[in-house]
Design a protein around this ligand. Structure first.
Ligand SMILES: *[C@@H]1O[C@H](CO)[C@@H](O)[C@H](O)[C@H]1NC(C)=O
Ligand SMILES: *[C@@H]1O[C@H](CO)[C@@H](O)[C@H](O)[C@H]1NC(C)=O
Ligand SMILES: *[C@@H]1O[C@H](CO)[C@@H](O)[C@H](O)[C@H]1NC(C)=O
Ligand SMILES: *[C@@H]1O[C@H](CO)[C@@H](O)[C@H](O)[C@H]1NC(C)=O
Ligand SMILES: *[C@@H]1O[C@H](CO)[C@@H](O)[C@H](O)[C@H]1NC(C)=O
Ligand SMILES: *[C@@H]1O[C@H](CO)[C@@H](O)[C@H](O)[C@H]1NC(C)=O
Ligand SMILES: *[C@@H]1O[C@H](CO)[C@@H](O)[C@H](O)[C@H]1NC(C)=O
Ligand SMILES: *[C@@H]1O[C@H](CO)[C@@H](O)[C@H](O)[C@H]1NC(C)=O
Ligand SMILES: *[C@@H]1O[C@H](CO)[C@@H](O)[C@H](O)[C@H]1NC(C)=O
Ligand SMILES: *[C@@H]1O[C@H](CO)[C@@H](O)[C@H](O)[C@H]1NC(C)=O
Ligand SMILES: CC(=O)N[C@H]1CO[C@H](CO)[C@@H](O)[C@@H]1O
Ligand SMILES: [Zn+2]
Length: 736
């Protein structure tokens, strides 16, 4: 009983910091070919100053500094909470260009790896022991800093953040991508899961969800391995050379990452709902696993999978989508193989430790209007040239561009805040604690949050955003020259690949999450690989400066174009008389979501009265129409007082979508229009209160959430509808 199109099944190569691609809106708001478009795009004087300030060599220098040089100066790796020096350095760069900077410190729970091991014992008593080591490459200087704790002081071992310390041993079962339905299918096939270790492949749900599902099925440990099936045709099996010789995946690459139960709560697990100060009271975490887990490369997963072949049900006969991967000579059988066992050990050190968000501010003339640009700074590895330092490098270059514009005497109308978040990787910790501290202030002032995390990991621009930001995303995208093919803008390339309405719904997996669930318009900017581009070694030592400058973005031209995009975006957000938010598009989008909900309920023969949502959307559409009419008039009359009122309505209306108790037992996820799916972690569900209750078979709860969702849409509609200043609309406008 699944709401197929609402529960967005995650696609290939999906990771935190990467984006999902499954939800296809049916409506077309934008014309792809602008017959009157000139090329190159025509920019005004300020836009030209900003765009011209961008320099690929300068971005390359920032990238090198973040992902290589820090190390060589022995400043150390930048796993969350490590290295205040890099935070201070980032603040110094922003300050050079006119930002007033500070470090916001929080004391959060994190854990760090001490000892990890995994051994396979065959029936005949011989063993295979995993090394958990990625290749040290002559070509790639930072890989040697990461191979062994004892050889090199800065290595970051292969481990899972927030994983459970403990041992597990016994027979094991291959569980596909570890979705709930994968486990259901195994039980239907008669596979005994209790007391066994789960062997899951990466892809699909957030890795913490895989571990949670294993735990909920009585399993005692989890191994999560990378599978080249997510690399499409760029594989050694298809004749492509592996990194560092070519663009295919290095077989030893390991995906580190957090195993927090992200779809339950983000942020510090010991301070749910309030900021982590040094003396804050601490809760016992409820969203962390109590079975150990470890990540593994495909080359080391291969013998472990092979030992299952011939036992249980073979992969073809399991009948689950995305079950069979592409590791050579493996049949992806379920197992268990009687008497063949794994023994795993995971020792982590728990700490309450300081983390540092860098904050940089340029005051605008309107104190009650603020736009925030954020990117995280912590990485799982030495390097992190894509995740997060393509974003880190771009944000410094953005600060530099605004510095150039400030020198001309320009001042922003709205306040600009830059943020370099710490501890994103463990569970969006830095950004969530910051939002929890400043949420009343943010709800009064925040116009939008612009996130950049993996700014560049491939050649295709890729955005997820709240509906009110789609229009500006398109209009700014049409101003940027994208360097893949001749005479194409960033918007052209995005829509060539993703279609005419190319923007995804925000789920979770990066620092926009706390903002979206505070009712703040948000966009996640970045790029993706596409089918033919070099494989991105996500959360691996091979996400390095060498890989970036040799394979992903030689010449840093994509960095430059993406940075120009984010810069012009921010410029219009803080500069335009009429704030470039488009509330009416929420009406169009919600209409599509509603129709999907309706047809899905029908297809599974559920009778649930959802007309209240339908009616609420209609009311919202009317408010948005009135809002647009008045905004057009105020714009043509240049009536600044009315424009200010309307700007505030555009800023505030989406706060109405919040429900303080959250949806269906998830108080963190307050937004009733979209939230990450409980069983996906990354990918969004639409009208989460309703659709998750239907999935759980709880129709009384679903009916309750129909009302709550409708009320939330009406609350947004009330905030948006022109009040006093709008009287007289329909006839001659009365504008005081
Ligand atoms: C293109 O420009 C012409 C002449 O200015 C105008 O009539 C037409 O509406 C424009 N077309 C589009 C699609 O904007
Ligand atoms: C034990 O069994 C494994 C798997 O069948 C095999 O690869 C290995 O060679 C065997 N070892 C010995 C010593 O027979
Ligand atoms: C891989 O190549 C085949 C044959 O050229 C093609 O049909 C298929 O779509 C490709 N797959 C991907 C993911 O690009
Ligand atoms: C794996 O599948 C292939 C093709 O069906 C088959 O020839 C082979 O025997 C299988 N291997 C095992 C160990 O079951
Ligand atoms: C866990 O496993 C490790 C390595 O096999 C071993 O050294 C340690 O004693 C074990 N701990 C417990 C509590 O069994
Ligand atoms: C910005 O404005 C705030 C509040 O008015 C003030 O406290 C702060 O000092 C100003 N910052 C700068 C950099 O001017
Ligand atoms: C791209 O635009 C330039 C300048 O307008 C023009 O000279 C060139 O022919 C165009 N190239 C293509 C492939 O359209
Ligand atoms: C910057 O771009 C120019 C022109 O494409 C290129 O020659 C140069 O090597 C690039 N700089 C870096 C550091 O990649
Ligand atoms: C829904 O009901 C129709 C007609 O009664 C039936 O044909 C169909 O199989 C049912 N679908 C499901 C998913 O139960
Ligand atoms: C609109 O009015 C403001 C002052 O209220 C003025 O600064 C601005 O130049 C005017 N814009 C236009 C397009 O007339
Ligand atoms: C300032 C600071 O925190 N420096 C630390 C950076 O990381 C290295 C190694 O991890 C530490 O030794 C430094 O103290
Ligand atoms: Zn990231």
């Amino acid at each position: 009983m699944k709401l197929i199109s609402l529960i967005l099944i995650a696609g290939m190569g999906v990771h935190a910091c990467e984006r999902n691609r499954q939800f296809h809106n049916q409506h077309t708001q934008f014309k792809r070919e602008d017959v009157n478009a000139t090329f190159p795009p025509i920019l005004d004087a300020n836009e030209q100053i900003l765009v011209d300030s961008f320099d690929n060599t300068s971005i390359s220098t920032w990238s090198y500094y973040f992902s290589v040089l820090f190390l060589i100066c022995a400043h150390g790796r930048v796993v969350a909470g490590e290295n205040k020096t890099m935070a201070e350095w980032t603040a110094e760069q922003w300050a050079k260009y006119g930002f007033k900077t500070r470090l916001d410190e929080y004391y959060v729970y994190l854990n760090y790896p001490v000892e990890q091991s995994l051994e396979l014992t065959y029936l005949n008593g011989s063993t295979f022991k995993a090394t958990f080591k990625e290749d040290v490459l002559d070509e790639d200087e930072t890989t040697s800093y990461a191979s062994s704790l004892f050889d090199y002081p800065n290595r970051v071992p292969a481990f899972h953040g927030y994983s459970f310390s403990g041992n597990a041993s016994g027979e094991y079962v291959y569980v596909g991508r570890g979705r709930k339905e994968d486990f259901e299918q195994l039980k239907r096939l008669g596979v005994d899961l209790k007391g066994k270790i789960a062997l899951a492949r990466y892809g699909g749900p957030f890795r913490g969800i895989k571990v949670k599902n294993a735990q909920n099925n009585g399993m005692v440990g989890a191994i999560v391995f990378t599978d080249p099936v997510d690399d499409g045709n760029v594989t050694e099996a298809k004749g492509v050379l592996a990194y560092p010789k070519g663009p295919a995946r290095n077989p030893t690459s390991i995906q580190r990452g957090s195993v927090q139960f992200l779809s339950e709560y983000a942020g510090d697990p010991t301070t749910l709902g309030y900021p982590s100060k040094e003396d804050s009271p601490r809760l016992t975490p409820t969203n962390l696993a109590h079975i150990p887990s470890l990540p593994l490369s495909w080359i080391e997963a291969q013998p472990i999978l092979q030992a299952l072949d011939g036992c249980g049900t073979d992969g073809e006969s399991v009948g689950r989508e995305n079950w069979i991967g592409a590791i050579p000579n493996v049949n992806y059988s379920t197992g268990p193989a009687p008497g063949v066992t794994l023994s795993m050990n995971n020792v982590m050190e728990d700490k309450i430790t300081p983390i540092w968000n860098v904050i940089g501010i340029i005051n605008g003339t309107n104190e009650d209007e603020v736009v925030i640009v954020g990117n995280h700074r912590d990485a799982w590895v030495v390097g992190g040239a894509a995740d997060p330092h393509s974003g880190s490098a771009i944000v410094i270059e953005l600060a530099k561009a605004f510095g150039s514009l400030l020198k001309t005497g320009w001042k922003p109308k709205r306040t600009i805040i830059l943020a370099s978040w710490d501890a994103e990787e463990y569970g969006l910790v830095g950004s969530t604690e910051w939002v929890e501290e400043y949420v009343p202030w943010l709800k009064e002032r925040a116009i939008a949050y612009l996130n950049i995390d993996v700014g560049i990991s491939g050649p295709i621009p890729d955005f997820s955003a709240t509906p009110d930001l789609h229009k500006i995303t398109t209009s700014v995208g049409k101003k940027i020259v994208w360097p893949t093919t001749e005479n194409r803008t960033l918007y052209d390339v995005t829509s060539d690949y993703f279609g005419e309405q190319p923007y995804e719904v925000l789920g979770s997996g990066s620092d926009y999450t706390a903002f979206v669930h505070s009712g703040i318009a948000s966009i996640d900017t970045g790029s993706t690989r596409g089918p033919d581009a070099p494989v991105y070694h996500y959360h691996s030592n091979f996400d390095s400066y060498h890989w970036m400058s040799t394979f992903a973005d030689p010449g840093f031209k994509f960095h430059k174009a993406m940075g120009q995009f984010l810069t012009l975006y921010l410029y219009h957000m803080v500069n335009d008389d009429s704030v470039p938010l488009d509330p009416a598009n929420y009406g169009l989008e919600m209409r599509v979501y509603f129709e999907d909900l309706q047809s899905d309920l029908k297809s599974i023969n559920i009778t649930l009265d959802i007309t209240a949502i339908d009616d609420a959307i209609s009311t919202f559409e009317e408010s948005a129409q009135q809002f647009n009419n008045l905004r057009d008039m105020a714009t043509s009359l240049n009536h600044s007082k009315v424009l200010t009122e309307l700007n505030h309505k555009a800023r505030d209306f989406s706060r109405g979508f919040l429900n303080e108790e959250g949806s269906a037992g998830r108080p963190f996820f307050k937004n009733l229009i979209f939230a990450p799916g409980t069983d996906t972690g990354y990918a969004p569900v639409i009208f989460p209160g309703v659709s998750e209750a239907v999935d759980a078979g709880d129709f009384a709860l679903a009916a309750e959430f129909v009302k709550k969702t409708a009320d939330a849409i009406l609350a947004a509609s009330d905030i948006l509808r022109p009040g006093l200043v709008g009287r007289g609309l329909g006839g001659v406008p009365i504008l005081e």
